[in-house]
Design a protein. Structure first.
Length: 316
């Protein structure tokens, strides 16, 4: 059964009527095919219009939709022969970040990404995509392997932020994030990052410091969650909608500021309505991004990456 967000109520009502009419048609053979088609067209039009004018807060809700495709879905749709590697060789395994090696369009690549989980059991196992230090140290280990074997790195970012627990802080969360960010900057191979859902704080930056940063149309990317910002600025989480608007967290705003390089179009109604189409569009965007980097050598890649991030926020 499809899950609707609060602002999708008009579409939900139309689609409910369609399902009701289909049930009647199946049950007693009433000839209502034309009415069903009319309502389907009306629902599709309402959905397209609704998603063409989403507010930043509504995009936040879409980015967090429980049915939105996660790392595991993208991994299955984007890569062949994906072989995950576990552990940071220092403390243990962190399933909030999954990584390994695979083939993308026939070429060997290193894949790293946050996994939120698609059901209660998986969300607990993956800690809702909020990585601990060992997750970022595993990412560094994988990037070092990618460097050794000279294969590109593809990162899929989807996290509310790094895990803020006491144990994570005791094991050096900030240091682990900094070293992962540094590892991204130091790569002599192309790296491409895709914000597929939430890109939250340093937990996202640790994997998203890439030559090319792509972002799905209804994803969000920010230094802090809207609720967190509202709590700090106004001491009132109810102002999260105002915070989302003022923080400029949408793909469209970030593209204008030069924080992301490409916006990947989502199907009407968001990626959660048609995951295969969203994944296919992401595949094309990654292929294009890698093609633009393939002729650069190590020093040129590092220089371009460094200059890209130093240029963010500069004004003439």
């Amino acid at each position: 059964m499809r899950s609707y967000l609060d602002f999708e109520k008009p579409v939900a009502e139309l689609e409910a009527k369609v399902e009701e009419l289909r049930t009647l048609s199946t049950g007693d053979g009433v000839a209502i095919a034309e009415e069903v088609q009319r309502l389907e067209a009306k629902a599709a039009e309402a959905l397209t219009q609704l998603y063409s004018n989403l507010t930043p807060w509504q995009k936040t809700l879409v980015a967090r939709h429980p049915s939105r495709p996660h790392f595991s879905d993208f991994a299955k749709g984007l890569f062949d022969e994906f072989t995950p590697l576990a552990g940071d060789r220092k403390f243990g395994e962190d399933e909030a970040i999954i990584g390994g090696f695979a083939r993308f369009k026939g070429e060997a690549v290193c894949v790293i990404g946050h996994e939120k989980g698609s059901n209660t059991e998986a969300r607990l196992r993956h800690n809702f995509g909020m990585a601990r230090p060992e997750g970022y140290r595993k990412a560094v280990r994988l990037m070092e392997l990618a460097e050794r074997f000279q294969v590109p790195v593809i990162a899929l970012v989807d996290t509310a932020g790094a895990y803020p627990g006491i144990g994570a802080e005791e094991r050096g969360q900030a240091e682990a994030i900094a070293r992962s960010t540094d590892a991204c900057l130091g790569l002599s191979v192309p790296n491409v990052a895709v914000i597929i859902g939430e890109g939250g704080s340093g937990g996202a930056i640790a994997l998203a410091t890439a030559n090319s940063v792509l972002m799905l149309e209804h994803a969000i990317y920010s230094v802090i969650s809207p609720e967190g910002a509202a709590s700090i600025l106004w001491r009132d989480t109810a102002k999260a909608q105002d915070a989302a608007t003022n923080m400029k967290i949408t793909a469209q705003d970030l593209m204008r500021f030069g924080v992301v390089d490409t916006i990947v179009r989502e199907p009407a109604g968001g990626a959660h309505r048609d995951a295969p189409t969203a994944i296919a569009a992401t595949s094309e965007a990654i292929e294009t991004a890698l093609a633009g980097l393939k002729d650069l050598d190590g020093p040129a890649l590092r220089k371009a990456r460094r200059e890209k991030f130093l240029a963010i926020g500069r004004t003439l």
